[in-house]
Design a protein around this ligand. Structure first.
Ligand code: SER
Length: 322
């Protein structure tokens, strides 16, 4: 297994990319983790903590320039269009998620990379999937985002077999975090609810209160990603489609958890087109393969996440930063 030294993160301005970049800089050295984004300005922290460049994963030249400049041996490919935006613009979702991923995998082969991380999502499943999604089950997504994630997993697995590229990926549940807002996903309500609780004590949710989805807190998401990236290759019985679970709750459970800390918090419900997307995804996932192969074991549950989220957001709100 080749050593990881110089890492390129695509989508580094996004919800997961922004915190993952900082975690990788901590571990691998600030100068060795190159953050990239397409057009959104990076936060001060991201920009000042190490190198940042604008690239477009649909332009091979723009990515290749960075690979050569920094002698990149590992790509963590976080750039993607999420489910809700993807339903508004399916062609854009296909272009960024498929052609962009193909470019990254081809560059991984060309530059004999040590590792390419290509994340996937609970969006690979569709209606009719068992409530607890098994590791191996038919994948029939009904969103363009899901279609591209299924194709991306199979494509990356093909590169492992055909070119011996060490590509790895995991199916993220909805990710909840306090630093960077998610952009254009269906699970975004589980983040927005905390921000609105702190700011207004009220949230109007775009899915019904009985909507149940698999979710994970950011510290566990960072741990899962880095642990899989660093796991010995010979331990991996699969490559780009590991289920990772952590929690599963309804919006009502989430609101009740917040109410334990903030008794005056209220939620109302105005479901929109994202309800159908949420309904097409399973309630929870069976992640025994990840537990067995690379020791996956999450730390946070709903109430410990709520406590941490509210403390962090309240502190920023008190300083006028929210
Ligand atoms: N968070 C994503 C979305 O809602 C799912 O992976 O689109």
């Amino acid at each position: 297994m080749k050593e990881i030294k110089n890492i390129l993160v695509t989508g580094a301005v996004g919800q997961i990319g922004s915190e993952l970049t900082l975690a990788l800089r901590e571990k691998y050295g600030a100068e060795n983790v190159i953050a990239t984004g397409r057009k959104t300005e990076p936060s001060k922290e991201l920009k000042e903590s190490g190198p940042f460049h604008f690239i477009d994963v649909n332009s091979v030249e723009s990515v290749e320039e960075i690979i050569k400049k920094y002698d990149i041996d590992t790509i963590v490919h976080m750039a993607a269009i999420l489910s809700a935006v993807g339903e508004k613009n399916p062609t854009l979702a296909w272009d960024v998620n498929m052609n962009g991923t193909l470019n990254i995998l081809n560059l991984g082969v060309k530059y004999e990379m040590a590792r390419v991380v290509v994340p996937s999502s609970i969006a690979v499943w569709g209606p009719g999937t068992p409530a607890v999604a098994p590791q191996d089950v038919a994948l029939h997504p009904t969103t363009m985002y899901g279609v591209t994630k299924v194709c991306g997993e199979i494509l990356a697995d093909y590169y492992v077999k055909k070119y011996n590229l060490d590509s790895r990926g995991l199916r993220y549940p909805g990710i909840i975090s306090s630093e960077t807002l998610p952009g254009g996903g269906t699970t975004d309500y589980a983040v927005a609810i905390y921000y609105e609780a702190v700011k207004n004590r009220q949230y109007t949710c775009f899915v019904r209160e009985d909507t149940r989805l698999p979710m994970m807190y950011m510290p566990d998401c960072l741990k899962a990603t880095i642990d899989l990236m660093e796991a010995p290759f010979e331990n991996l019985k699969r490559h780009n489609d590991y289920n990772v679970g952590s929690m599963s709750f309804t919006v009502k459970d989430l609101a009740d958890s917040i109410k334990k800390v903030m008794p005056d918090f209220t939620v109302s419900y105005e479901p929109d087109f994202r309800q159908a997307i949420a309904d097409s995804w399973p309630d929870a996932v069976d992640d025994s393969a990840a537990r067995e192969d690379w020791g996956w074991n999450p730390s946070f549950d709903l109430d410990s996440m709520t406590k941490d989220m509210l403390e962090k957001l309240q502190a920023r709100h008190d300083k006028g930063l929210l």
